[in-house]
Unconditional design. Sequence first.
Length: 177
Amino acid sequence: MASWTPLGSIVRYTRGKLALREDSWRLPDGTERVYPVLVVGVAVGVLPLVEPDRVLLVRQYRHLQRAAAWELPGGGALPGEDPVAAAQRELREEGGYRAERIEFLTRFYPSAAYVDETALCYVASGLTPDPLPSDDDEFFERAVFPLDEVVRMTLTGEITESFSKIAVLQYALAARR
């Protein structure tokens, strides 16, 4: 079987941490194709266990959906930042807590066709209050929910953000094994 051959990449636009890139490829049939790619990088989501069966969620306004949404704390890793350090920073900025333990939960690609983003999810425990200032465009409501309620919110569509859905369901399913 013939393989895919990369021919080159060009960054067309950059704004903040994001970039729009075009990748050129030779396909297995010999044709050439240009693919648009939104470059995001590494991002983290943190499932913070305030107690073994109680989860901290943050609610913030999402302009694309034009609505506020309950989510796990999370966000983009800074260039060169260790993902565990990014998870701790995001937990402190968005959740207001520092974790004694942060354990890897899962990795996934939110949109493998057009978004260059690696999603890493963690479980945080041993939480103590230790907030950092949030980003200047972030405004949060915080609440603690029983894990069963968070799973219900995930399954019924009250939680819609992908990091949160995947981390919550992965954690809940792994706990039942």
